[in-house]
Design a binder for this molecule. Structure first.
Ligand SMILES: [Zn+2]
Length: 83
């Protein structure tokens, strides 16, 4: 440890941040695997460990999209039956 630092301050020289990396998983329309023991979410296609926030967001977005399509389908049925 640096002798110039007071005792209670911990140096961060054990950590390096690599901001140049891209996301490992680039799968489209991915499906998720939830590992309940290790509290991890992985991609079922490529096996990459995913950010749980990303997985939750994708699921919520897909759910919204599906609901919108169902509403459109019923609106179309209603319109067709009035013709
Ligand atoms: Zn993947």
């Amino acid at each position: 440890m640096d002798k110039n630092l007071p005792d209670k301050i911990i140096g961060l020289d054990q950590v390096r941040i690599n901001r140049g990396l891209e996301k490992i998983c680039k799968c489209e329309k991915r499906k998720f695997m939830i590992d309940t023991k290790n509290r991890r979410v992985t991609c079922r296609s490529c096996g990459a460990v995913l950010d749980p926030y990303d997985a939750l967001y994708e699921l919520a977005y897909a759910d919204e999209e599906r609901n919108r399509q169902i509403e459109q389908f019923f609106e179309q049925k209603k319109t067709d039956s009035q013709l």
